[in-house]
Design a protein around this ligand. Structure first.
Ligand code: IPE
Ligand code: IPE
Ligand code: MG
Length: 256
């Protein structure tokens, strides 16, 4: 629960997802429709991030994970990638002060070694500055890929086998999970993708196993409080069964 934003939600607290993960898609199309450069869409996307962070905090979401740059986005034209890196740099510097003031804890996940030294330093500084904050945890996935995450976890376990610390036979899903990004946070409860595409695009493959999915045609720069509230309302109506029957879940809720 965020301290900085009072909870003015109309949903009962138990129906608010603890962790919301979002693929922020549609910046380019938003700009192209306005006959503007794609980069203008990315810039407008930063304003949408600011809005969503604030609303998520107000609604009582504990963790918000945003997909900012995928491991496949390097395939874009060099110029767009360069501009995105510049924007990331500027946004980190400018937004971190605001986040810190609002008691938000920032974390960046992904293959950070793929970024310039300067960007890595800024990421480190931003994380250190906000590490002690107790409000919303904002996770930004940058140079992140779900397959990369699974592979890096496998590598960690293989090293421990090599070192003789564990046996290959000991490896199970729980042990893998402990090596994955976000293992120390609640699992994502609600996944949202803007921009109309219905795919995961190599986002949190492992962590989304039992996440509720919500897709919207709204392009990311247009994303606002109303869209978040629609997604939260949709989430609140769902019965999460985790493999059980609906009856078992109802009994469980009744305290049986
Ligand atoms: C998402 O918007 C932002 C990034 C992937 C960095 P896009 O740039 O993918 O926008 P569309 O999908 O082309 O409209
Ligand atoms: C997913 O969007 C990645 C981010 C939003 C950072 P893309 O626009 O890269 O996804 P695809 O290529 O359409 O699947
Ligand atoms: Mg896209």
């Amino acid at each position: 629960m965020s301290d900085a934003y009072p909870d003015n939600s109309t949903l009962s607290a138990s129906k608010v997802p603890r962790h919301v993960a979002i693929i922020m898609d549609g910046n380019g199309r938003w700009a192209e429709r306005r006959h503007m450069l794609r980069f203008t869409g990315h810039k407008a996307g930063v304003d949408a991030v600011r809005r969503v962070v604030e609303v998520a905090g107000k609604r009582g979401v504990e963790v918000l994970t945003l997909f900012a740059f995928s491991s496949e986005n390097w395939r874009r034209p060099k110029k767009e990638v360069g501009l995105l890196m510049d924007l990331f740099m500027v946004a980190l510097e400018r937004e971190v002060k605001r986040l810190n003031k609002n008691n938000v804890r920032l974390r960046i996940i992904g293959h950070l070694e793929g970024f310039s030294e300067k960007l890595q330093m800024r990421i480190h500084r931003a994380q250190t500055l906000t590490a002690g904050n107790t409000g919303l945890t904002l996770v930004v996935a940058a140079n992140y890929g779900g397959r990369w995450d699974i592979a890096q976890a496998a590598k960690q376990l293989a090293r421990r086998v090599e070192a003789g610390e564990i046996r290959a036979d000991d490896i199970d899903a729980e042990m893998m999970n402990a090596c994955m990004c976000l293992h120390d946070l609640p699992e994502p409860d609600l996944f949202i993708r803007s921009g109309g595409e219905m795919r995961i695009s190599n986002f949190l493959l492992w962590q989304l196993a039992y996440c509720e999915m919500y897709f919207t045609d709204i392009l990311w720069p247009d994303f606002n409080e109303g869209v978040i509230d629609d997604a939260l309302a949709s989430f609140a109506k769902r019965q999460r069964r985790f493999g059980r029957t609906g009856e078992q879940v109802v009994e469980g809720e009744g305290g049986a």
